[in-house]
Write a protein that binds this ligand. Sequence first.
Ligand code: NDP
Length: 486
Amino acid sequence: MTQTFQPKASHFINGAYVEDTAGDVIEVIYPHTGEVIATLHSATPAIIDRALASAKAAQVDWAKLSGTERGRVLRKAAEIMRDRNHDLSVIETHDTGKPMSETLVADAASGADALEYFGGLAGTLTGEHIPVAGGDFVYTRREALGVCVGIGAWNYPIQIASWKAAPALACGNAMVFKPSEMTPLTALQLAEILMDAGAPAGLFNVVQGYGNVGAALVTDSRVDKVSLTGSVPTGRKVYAAAAEGIRHVTMELGGKSPIVVFDDADLENAVSAAINGNFYSTGQICSNGTRVFVQDGLYDDFVARVAERMDGAVIGDPMDEATTIGPMVSARQREIVMGYIEKGVSEGARLVKGGKLIEGDGFYLEPTLFADVEDEMSIARKEIFGPVMSVLRFTTEEEGLKRANATEFGLAAGVFTKDLTRAHRVAAGFEAGTCYINAYNLTPVEAPFGGSKLSGVGRENSKAAIDHYSQIKTVYVGMNDTEAPF
Ligand code: NDP
């Protein structure tokens, strides 16, 4: 029997764990074994009300602190998160199925980076002084929005929670966060860490639940901002619901991103990027480069080399640090991905490697490589959210770029070439929020991250996130007598 990870209670409100067993049951399943490792309850209306009331109350005094004082709490939280990295990684691996080789370096570690970065920025947040005609002047105040709601996807639970909480809290807001019901555990850990770091009770609250809990949060009159990481269909619903109250929104949604590899690219680097950008986290990453366009001259070598290197994947027990590919997050997600693989085959793509479900209790699936994929095939158009790479052939730069952009999504894009001017020309031509030259899928906290087109609005990370968690108040100061016509 696998270890269990039962938290003290389902929700974290006003600085303490809270339970309400009247809520629907949420079973947390370890994707490696299919076993239940925790049982939680979805938030009832009473729980949602308590969480929002706590956030609303805590926000007032928090916003009165100096930015430096707020930043100190966040930086302390970063330190605690790093100290607890191993334990957090074990929980994250059990919650998501992602291997320890990833969670040890990419999940809480990235959350800690966000807390540290925004902790550092908090004391620098200021307005400006604007001289105007006749000696009058204007100054601006950068103020908090109030209560922010964060809603997370299941692929990077603690990272998503931290990427939203850190800038929100740095700017003087409070937050109510709802994790995906599939991965509810580590957001509770973040709540504990923030309390241990000195955050006031109620500043960061976690409520569990299905989509209906998210929907109830988004429409509450106490909420000033909603930040969602999720799929485009959910994004549409949340965006529309937030519009009712003219609430601020950040939407981090899905993608079908291109990697364009030219003949002169460094083959091994391009292959490595395509492997990382399709198989890391068992392919469950929004910004993955799932359409790999390779120019004629390199095409055959590229496909052969990816296939060869896929033999080096270590698939299996995610707790074994040698493992490089874990299970998918759920049986359902594996089913969806298998459906796309079958479509790929039936629509005529060449299945080079993988494509089969791995029998057993866990939700395993072979990493899969398709070549000779055509633009109109389902696997080239739809977000699969699994370990499936599609390789497409192209001839000219103009054609490659045009086809790379021929998607409703615009999250990320990458180009591999040694031609300096072409690299920048193609990056400028990409219709995507986050672009890469001779690199892929790196998301340091210092750089803005977010999508264009259907992939979203707003930016996370970097100084750009500050604009999405604060508002500018203009104060006009009259230095002269006021004149009136009568
Ligand atoms: P979903 O869109 O299914 O869910 C996202 C979150 O929204 C969940 O917490 C979900 O709750 C909640 N939710 C569902 N319906 C509503 C509603 N009507 N109102 C409010 N909240 C609601 O996404 P997944 O969890 O399946 O995550 C995968 C998706 O996330 C992919 O499309 C991926 O591309 C995207 N993603 C985007 C990222 C980015 O930064 N751009 C990063 C990571 C993932 P519940 O799960 O309980 O239904």
